[in-house]
Design a protein around this ligand. Structure first.
Ligand code: IMP
Ligand code: MG
Length: 421
């Protein structure tokens, strides 16, 4: 393997989303052909030149997204007949997985183009973020069209609140979540944060829990369904007015998936021992100012002082080494795990958010993947923990809590215009 190949492929592909990169490549062609970087020298009125450029680019981008939409429809049809290896999309983008719904990409492009003026740009081609947001809008539109949406699960850090912070009462996501609950949409918070005590979740989520409590007391909400699944797929709590901290612990027997009975204490200990050893070696080899935090179902490293920031390189190297060591060990044959970079810490958790979302769906009466949306910030294929939720349901990839708020507003707007809610 040449060095260049290793750097470009082996070490970087996990940091790119193949579907998004592929769409970006398709849209680059009309951008190159129709953008007008030289319009400033043109003798014709500039507005005329730019207006024509924008309308041509818009038409071409929309056509391409329409074609991608059709390829996804074809992929879904083959998925249903169990012959997805014949899918043309799979040939073009080998890493594509399951699609739980079609994606209304052409309509979503028109919506995002109106907001972001993608086709009016002369120097900046359609970007990763443009396409990520088009995919999110397309997902929301498709969920509403195929409705009703029954469950929305949210990641915690970076999705609902800033990294390492708490969901405080002034967070604008709160009225949006209450709105979902009032429409009979069930809400789950599927977070890596793994605590056995309700008080710890209350400390992180008190703004939301107190507001939901008030809405119930004021009779604005009747019997809202709000649950928290912590430690990726390990601890379930449900909102309950009469419980301390408004949260009631739900015994594993009541929600566990049959496969989880294989997650024996012995297997868990063996896997966490392997992970701990790998993390300790990274601390020593990379000279990290970090210490081990071992929990019942997780092991991680956190900086020795809360003011200390680990560098991106340290975090990435550690998560990649640890992922590889655990994956290669016999312990990983018996148990799913998730190694991820938490921004200023690294954790290896037992289970993952795929199992977490599946457990929520089962506990809530068997909700399907096509009626569930998981919103998260970590969708890269290695070192990220929301990625596995793609095995259980539709997803939206946001970059910060403000985008989560925008996404929920989009959901509400499209639902209203569709007349579903
Ligand atoms: P998420 O973004 O909601 O999935 O939360 C991830 C963050 O939770 C991590 O970056 C950690 O800072 C924190 N955390 C606390 N306890 C745990 C644990 O047991 N496993 C993984 N992350 C944890
Ligand atoms: Mg997160």
């Amino acid at each position: 393997m040449t060095t260049r190949y290793r750097v470009e492929y082996a070490l970087k592909t996990h940091r790119r989303d193949q579907l998004i990169e592929w769409i970006k490549g398709l849209l680059a062609v009309p951008f190159v052909l129709h953008s007008q970087p030289t319009a400033v020298y043109d003798s014709k009125p500039r507005n005329h030149v730019l207006g024509k450029m924008a309308s041509t680019a818009r038409r071409r981008y929309a056509e391409i997204l329409h074609d991608v939409e059709e390829l996804i429809n074809d992929h879904i049809a083959l998925q249903k007949s169990g012959t997805q290896e014949r899918s043309k999309l799979k040939h073009l983008v080998p890493s594509v997985g399951l699609f739980f719904t079609p994606l209304l990409l052409e309509r979503a492009f028109e919506y995002q183009d109106e907001k972001r003026k993608i086709s009016s740009r002369r120097f900046v081609p359609p970007s990763f973020n443009d396409i990520r947001l088009i995919l999110n809008s397309a997902q929301v539109m498709s969920l509403i069209q195929g409705g009703p949406l029954q469950l929305v699960t949210f990641d915690g850090d970076v999705t609902l609140y800033a990294d390492g912070q708490s969901l405080t009462p002034d967070n604008p996501v709160i009225p949006r979540i209450i709105n979902l609950l009032s429409q009979d949409v069930k809400v789950g918070i599927v977070t890596a944060a793994g605590y056995t005590e309700a008080s710890k979740y209350y400390d992180r989520l008190y703004g939301l829990l107190n507001n939901v409590r008030e809405a119930v007391l004021e009779k604005e909400l009747v019997d809202p369904c709000l649950i928290i699944l912590g430690g990726e797929s390990n601890y379930l709590f449900k909102f309950d007015l009469s419980s301390e901290h408004c949260l009631e612990y739900v015994d594993r027997e009541n929600w566990m998936l049959p496969e989880m009975s294989q997650w024996t204490e012995e297997n868990i200990k063996t896997l966490l021992d392997v992970a701990e050893k790998a993390l300790r070696e990274c601390i020593s080899n990379l000279g990290l100012s970090a210490e081990i935090l071992r929990k019942e179902r997780a092991v991680g490293i956190i900086p020795t002082s809360s003011a200390h920031r680990l560098t991106r390189e340290q975090l990435e190297e550690t998560v990649l080494v640890t992922q590889q060591v655990v994956e290669m060990s016999p312990a990983a044959k018996n148990l799913p795990f998730c190694a991820f970079n938490g921004g200023n810490d690294i954790f290896v958790d037992i289970g993952d958010k795929g199992w977490g979302v599946l457990a929520c769906q089962r506990y809530l009466g068997g909700i399907e993947g096509s009626k569930t949306l998981h919103v998260g910030d970590q969708f890269l294929s290695v070192g990220a923990n929301d990625f596995k939720a793609r095995l259980a349901c539709t997803t939206a990839w946001i970059a910060n809590p403000a985008e989560t708020v925008q996404l929920l507003d989009e959901l509400a707007t499209h639902s209203q215009s569709n007349g579903t809610q």
